[in-house]
Design a protein around this ligand. Sequence first.
Ligand SMILES: *Cc1c(COP(=O)(O)O)cnc(C)c1O
Length: 372
Amino acid sequence: MKVPFVDLKSQYISIKEEVNIAINDILENTSYVLGKYVSNFETEFAKIQDVKHCYGVSSGTDGNHSVLWALGIKQGDEVIIPANTFIATAWGATLCGAKPVFVDCHPESYNINPDKVESAITPKTKAIVAVHLYGQPADMDRLREIAGRHKIYLVEDCAQAHISEYKGKKVGGLAAASSFSFYPGKNLGAYGEAGAVCTNDDELAARFKMMRDHGSHEKYKHMIFGHNYRMESIQGAVLGIKLKYIQKWTEQRRNAARLYNEYLGGLESVVLPKEMEYAKHVYHLFILRLRSNEARNKLQAYLTEKGIGTGLHYPIPLHVQPCFEGLGYRKGGMPVTEELAECGISLPMFPNITEEQIAYVCESIKEFSMKN
Ligand SMILES: *Cc1c(COP(=O)(O)O)cnc(C)c1O
């Protein structure tokens, strides 16, 4: 049996007619950037995320930048970021000229550890970026309390956490502002690059809207600095169609996670991901932890041989990335993140994964455990 790590094709087939009609309409009407498909999507996405304003942008990375840029983060500032995340979280700060300051993750949630945030704050700290990694929200109440006490911004990177919930509330409206990615492999994926920025603050929303369009709300008159971070019409159309299914697809992901937990429960050689009490996890990724780096690498090779796709998220933590060498971090400084990088493995996870496929993956893991 073959089990791919993700399967975008079967999802396309299931919405093919709708998508093709919308794309054809865009081609015929020659309105290729922003336009009604993007603004309709923005309205619907804001509704589903329970946040007042949403603007479509060109990628999640551009969203990360827009959020901090609009809040006035600049050279000389420091921004607190989890060491355990995708690199694009850090680009938000570096593109503003600010310095990323990394914090280790929590051993159960794998998100930024609030206990370790406080000691990373200096007089230069201007913001904390809470990443809801793998689909599970960060501990927002604790982070909000710390940010409030130090009078710094708290923002959300929701790239992996569409419609996930923290204490019954959707992420994306839980802090000053948030960014989303609609990269094809994300839980809500475009057919190209796309992202969004969201906020409940009217003034910030006005800045977001101008910043993505050359700092302008009137053609050739530029009120503030900006960039071309506009969303393409085709991406807005695809996302608008897919949004109707996000609830169903998320439940399918949660069901897949439930099955993994059921089949692998009690297996001593692996640590299953934990859904925190406060969280509704949307399982962008399902991560197992093995006992050692050697065991992880062997398991990955074994599953590859069995026709099972896996991933590593992420094999090199941010604080030890070559590009951040100048910041002076060393291996050993973020033990929880480092252990996850060495011993974690992502199992196949996508809405259409079947119970047979999950059973096969789990049987293969059990076989491996008996032999090793
Ligand atoms: C994917 C991702 C991004 C970047 O999104 P793009 O749309 O690929 O630019 C940012 N942060 C996290 C946590 C991500 O997973």
